[in-house]
Design a protein around this ligand. Structure first.
Ligand code: ATP
Ligand code: MG
Length: 301
């Protein structure tokens, strides 16, 4: 999917789209094709050589004079959950917002560095940030359904982006998105009720359905469970495990247990820097940096 603004034809959309930049021979699909017939393909989290879905390089972010991120470089693999942890104020949300240009809407925010998705520079001048955010969805800490019906909450984005040719197609998108968000069974008979009448956990799954309805490739989640009770939290965590078959997920969490349960990779931020990133098991059992060790053992934060 191209991120180009509807721009002059001379820009050459075909040659600049992400698909054309991705090396054709290195994706998981081609590895599968090359494997002997009986050999099951390794799950994405175990593949050694992988083209990253997202690559952030030397990101420096400033709010006015205050530097919030310093030289952050991080590659994020496709179809896995990457958890970002670290003490309050260390820049996790700032980093997450760089991945779909949500920082653009903060007046005094300045970003240096580069973020690529499938090899395409998302800060390039020709990139349409509305199309980018369709492709890179976001779920926030506090569930924020629109004051509209459950149906219209999910149908809102597909309508704006003209994704459904017929009303029946829109119904299909709504049902599929609610099913994937694990909410269909609870709301199928009350689709015209207001989204704000749902419980907190249901509202958060509605927000996930709303993101899914746009057919995103990446879903960013900023502490999506911090306003939820343990049962609703467990439901979202189960859901994350299902969603990673289809989507690249980046989740910020203050819960070390949650990071350990849901993610395959974990990055630890401290004072605006990415201290280390690695396989979640390794980060929690044998971190490479003393600061990570101190944080995960509760010595600070
Ligand atoms: N809109 C803003 N304007 C000015 N400064 C900001 C803004 N947003 C964040 N900051 C500052 O940038 C730094 C990083 O903030 P950020 O919200 O990214 O941290 P965080 O790791 O997500 O923290 P928390 O865990 O508390 O959510 C902090 O010093 C914060 O005060
Ligand atoms: Mg935050």
């Amino acid at each position: 999917m191209s991120l180009e603004k509807s721009a002059p034809a001379s820009r050459g959309a075909a040659s600049r789209g992400p698909a054309s930049r991705r090396p054709a021979s290195r994706g998981p699909a081609s590895r599968r094709a090359a494997a002997p017939p009986q050999e099951a393909p390794p799950p994405p989290s175990e593949t050694k050589e992988e083209t990253p879905k997202i690559t952030a390089s030397e990101l420096n972010v400033f709010y006015g004079e205050t530097q919030a991120l310093s030289d952050v470089s991080l590659s994020i693999g496709a179809k896995r959950v990457t958890a970002l942890i670290g003490p309050s104020g260390c820049g996790k949300s700032t980093f997450l917002r760089c991945l779909n240009r949500m920082n653009d809407i903060i007046a005094d925010c300045r970003i240096d560095g580069r973020v690529e998705i499938d090899g395409e520079d998302i800060y390039a001048e020709h990139v349409d940030s509305v199309l980018l955010r369709k492709r890179v969805g976001m779920v926030f800490q506090k569930p924020n359904p629109f004051p509209k019906s459950i149906y219209d909450n999910v149908a809102y984005g597909p309508r704006i982006h003209n994704m459904a040719a017929h009303p029946s197609h829109l119904e299909e998108i709504v049902e599929k998105s609610l099913r994937r968000a694990g909410l269909w069974g609870e709301v199928r008979d009350r689709l015209s009720d207001s989204g704000t009448d749902l419980s907190g956990g249901q509202q958060q799954r509605l927000c996930i359905a709303r993101a899914i309805a746009l057919n995103p490739e990446v879903i960013l989640m900023d502490e999506p469970c911090s306003a939820l009770d343990p049962i609703a939290t467990a439901r979202i965590e189960e859901l994350l495990d299902e969603l990673r078959d289809r989507y690249t997920i980046v989740i910020v969490t203050h819960s070390m247990q949650q990071a350990a349960r849901v993610s395959q990779r974990t990055g630890f931020f401290h004072l605006g820097a990415l201290v280390e990133e690695g396989a979640t098991d390794a980060i929690f059992t044998n971190p490479g940096d003393r600061r990570t060790q101190d944080y995960i053992t509760g010595r600070f934060g």
